[in-house]
Design a protein around this ligand. Structure first.
Ligand SMILES: Nc1ncnc2c1ncn2[C@@H]1O[C@H](COP(=O)(O)OP(=O)(O)OP(=O)(O)O)[C@@H](O)[C@H]1O
Ligand SMILES: [Mg+2]
Length: 164
């Protein structure tokens, strides 16, 4: 488990950019947190690190955005999904490909429909300053290398963010 403090949107984007190096094709990233907690800002950091130069927004109404990065990112937002029938209609298999990365906002709503989660990232509002966010990152699922989370922590430390 990694817990870090982000002091503003730039830092959250940097944390995303640092995490990008740890994403492999076939991986799914679960983003969990309240409205405005910083999920999309985190995805912006990942996408730009992987070579995307356009704008990244929450696909709240369109459900999915595709970024032609390397690897390709499918960015989902499940906020508007309400019922198991909605979840089933997403066709999540379509976006879980061996050569692309799936990143899902409000992932708790479809947790059971994805079988290859690699990372879970939780965002909470901090108690002190308005721009504070506590970000918790966990390596999840049945995956190869137990040192990966430790390597990510080292990379985040060298960013200079506060480790909690
Ligand atoms: N430390 C921080 N990290 C990220 N965003 C921050 C931070 N401090 C302030 N903000 C602001 O909070 C907002 C986060 O918005 P963002 O769209 O990333 O949230 P979200 O979690 O994706 O919400 P939604 O569920 O509505 O999609 C932005 O306006 C950003 O400028
Ligand atoms: Mg969002």
């Amino acid at each position: 488990m990694i817990r870090i403090l982000s002091k503003g949107p730039e830092q959250t984007a940097q944390i995303g950019a640092t995490t990008a190096a740890f994403l492999r094709g076939g991986c799914a990233v679960a983003l969990i947190g309240e409205l405005g907690a910083g999920k999309t800002v985190f995805v912006q950091g990942i996408a730009s690190q992987l070579g995307y130069t356009g704008t990244v927004t929450s696909p709240t109404f369109t459900l999915v955005h595709q970024y032609d990065t390397n690897p390709v990112i499918f960015h989902l937002d499940c906020f508007r999904l309400r019922s198991p029938r909605d979840f089933a209609s997403v066709g999540i298999e379509e976006y879980q490909r061996p050569d692309s990365v799936l990143i899902v906002e409000w992932a708790d709503l479809i947790a059971d429909y994805v079988d290859q989660w690699c990372w879970r990232v939780q965002f909470e509002y901090g108690a002190d300053a308005l721009g504070d966010r506590v970000i918790r990152i966990d390596r999840i699922g049945q995956h190869d290398n137990p040192t990966v989370e430790r390597n990510l922590l080292e990379a985040l430390k060298s960013l200079g963010v506060q480790i909690l």
